[in-house]
Design a protein around this ligand. Structure first.
Ligand SMILES: O=C(O)CCC(=O)C(=O)O
Length: 311
């Protein structure tokens, strides 16, 4: 299917486009040169783990110790788009790194409703029923080019309307592992997501897939219920590097009643964890909300930190 048909242009059509398809974009957040510069800063900062939130190798929630990411999660263009889809009151609950190096396999097709797949316990719990409004949104921002050759993302349009996977299933691979082994013989960072299929004979229809090639600095927004995947990186030397920032409306409980969790071979102690209110008010007060990162800088969009390497 031709992906360019999927690029929506005006704000009005984008919301209905999202409702129909479960994803929308790409949107430009940064100029390509700026995106590459931010990435080189993130790579440098990644080495210093002195203020990290979770001391493991999975690289969740580095917006707590990498100022460029503390700013990125609050990007005004991201917030505008999120508000259109899930309303005014929005929390960022997670960020993740998604590098794809030359020779890496593609990310397997998957569909995530509440992140229970990781260890058997739901990580998100809505406290209001909201027909047709998702309880989660992911903003996948690429800081390099993303092409079919180096591993761009692909989506099955409309697949968010029905569950094809059951994250509560008991599976043989993924849940009791150590980080070291996560890539071995698996298609989904330590798991084989096809083990969660409700109908083991059902296969995602590659003919229906929409591939989104993107420029550095662009993002795509999707609900993780929309079945998504990425291509293998078959290039010789083009690394694809993306960062997902994940958001929920404030009525959603994040890690409900949990003081720690495991995922992808890492252990996460939640004692210093918090969500970040990126828009509106938190009238529900279900979650701890942090106003500052671990360097004691406020979570806010700060274009200066992107322009000044010493900020
Ligand atoms: O970057 C990838 O290959 C996969 C990203 C993804 O599945 C996600 O952000 O939820």
């Amino acid at each position: 299917m031709n992906s360019s048909a999927y690029i929506a242009h005006d704000l009005g059509s984008q919301t209905s486009f999202f409702d129909e398809n479960g994803f929308v974009g790409p949107f430009k957040l940064y100029e390509p040169e700026e995106a590459k510069e931010i990435l080189s800063r993130i790579r440098m900062r990644n080495i210093d783990r002195s203020h990290i939130l979770f001391d493991n190798d999975v690289n969740y929630d580095r917006h707590f110790d990498i100022p460029e990411l503390s700013s990125h999660i609050c990007h005004p263009e991201i917030i505008n788009q999120l508000k259109n889809i899930i309303g005014e009151d929005v929390l960022c609950w997670r960020t993740e790194f998604f590098p794809k190096f030359p020779g890496s396999s593609g990310t397997e097709w998957h569909q995530v409703a509440n992140y229970q797949y990781a260890n058997g316990t739901p990580m998100l719990e809505p406290t209001r029923s909201t027909a047709n409004v998702p309880i989660d949104l992911t903003v996948w921002t690429v800081f390099t080019e993303a092409t079919k050759e180096n591993g761009c993302m692909k989506f099955l349009p409309g697949s968010h309307k029905k569950l094809y996977y059951d994250e509560s299933k008991k599976v043989s691979q993924g849940r009791d592992q150590k980080y070291k082994s996560i890539e071995e013989n698996t298609l989904f960072f330590g798991y084989n997501f096809s083990q969660f299929k409700i109908d083991p004979d059902w296969e995602p229809d590659e003919e229906e897939a929409v591939a989104l090639e993107m420029k550095p600095g662009e993002c795509v927004i999707f609900t993780a219920r929309c079945i998504h995947a990425s291509y293998p990186n078959t290039s010789k030397r083009s690394t694809r590097f993306a960062i997902s920032s994940r958001y929920v409306p404030t009525h959603v409980k994040v890690y409900p009643n949990q003081s720690s969790f495991t995922a992808h071979g890492g252990e996460f102690d939640l004692k210093d964890y918090g969500t970040v209110l990126v828009s509106g008010k938190d009238e529900y007060k279900h979650n701890v909300v942090k106003s500052h990162n671990n360097l004691n800088q406020p979570f806010s969009f700060n274009p200066m930190s992107l322009k000044n390497a010493n900020a």
